[in-house]
Design a protein around this ligand. Structure first.
Ligand code: APR
Length: 247
């Protein structure tokens, strides 16, 4: 463990006037949720076609069968880990303004964060493809697929961003604004290879933010924009930073 780097990361956060975190699948790995890429990555065992919006529209039952298995049978039971909890405490103690996340797992909110911008949507909400009615997942019965709308019987779709679907406009706008405002920007557990997520840390850097990156291995950001690279698990890095900030 590199204590000097951890201390300078904690010092940056302590002195910062506007810290923003940017998270990806890596922060939830220690909550038992697999990442998308790499050794145990989801895309190694599931064909991403099932999460393509055109496939979903053509074959909702087949798409839902896979989606239920990879997301809904597991995410409801997942609990926030130490890394999520530290980010929540940082917000409570005014060390963190907001989180921009690519995760759909709702764990930042479960941990207690209030200002979370979900770039790729959330598994928690279902939306009718016909009349746009929205439902919390607790109202849906996934025993019979695809689930349908109580109002018009249209097919319900998880409110997550499918391939070939646009990013929700509000989350995108607010994420870009938050990145531009940040003077410290913490990238945690993401390859962020897809657009527009990949642009967001660069926006922060262009506006002068100090970039702290937490990952178990270097990413395409590391040599390009990162100022302090903490090569360790999210729980270890944020656990130590939390200790140094007396959270
Ligand atoms: N702590 C920190 N980082 C970790 C940990 C951990 N315990 N475990 C894995 N990582 C890192 C990996 O090294 C990798 O850089 O987390 C990252 C996970 O990368 P991806 O699986 O590519 O996930 P992400 O970057 O969030 O993917 C972005 O791609 O397919 C789309 O919509 C999907 O939101 C997703 C987007």
């Amino acid at each position: 463990m590199n204590i000097e780097k951890l201390e300078s990361a904690a010092e940056c956060i302590r002195k910062s006037r506007y810290t923003v975190a940017f998270t990806g699948a890596g922060i939830s790995v220690e909550s038992g949720i697999p990442p998308f890429r790499g050794e145990n990555g989801l895309w190694n065992r599931v064909d991403p076609i099932f999460l393509d919006i055109n496939f979903f529209k053509a074959k909702p039952f087949q798409s839902w069968k896979i989606i239920k298995e990879i997301f809904y049978d597991k995410l409801g039971d997942a609990a926030p880990n130490l890394a999520h909890e530290m980010l929540a405490r940082m917000e409570q103690r005014s060390y963190l303004e907001s989180i921009i996340t690519q995760n759909i797992d709702h764990l930042h909110q479960k941990a207690g964060n209030q200002h979370v911008y979900e770039l790729h949507g959330t598994y928690k909400r279902l939306v009718c493809t016909n009349c746009n009615s929205e439902y919390d997942i607790s109202f849906a019965d996934l025993k019979y697929l695809p689930p349908t709308c109580f109002v018009c019987k249209g097919i319900l779709k998880p409110d997550i961003v499918f391939f070939n679907e646009p990013i929700p406009a509000f989350a995108k706008k607010r994420s870009f604004e938050e990145a531009a405002k940040a003077d410290v920007f913490i990238i945690i557990g993401t390859n962020a290879e897809v657009l527009p997520a990949a642009q967001i840390p660069e926006i922060a850097k262009e506006h002068g933010a100090k970039i702290i990156e937490i990952n178990i291995k270097p990413t395409h950001f590391t040599d390009l924009i990162t100022d302090i690279f903490l090569e360790m698990k999210a729980t270890e890095a944020l656990g130590e930073i939390g200790r140094l900030l007396y959270l």
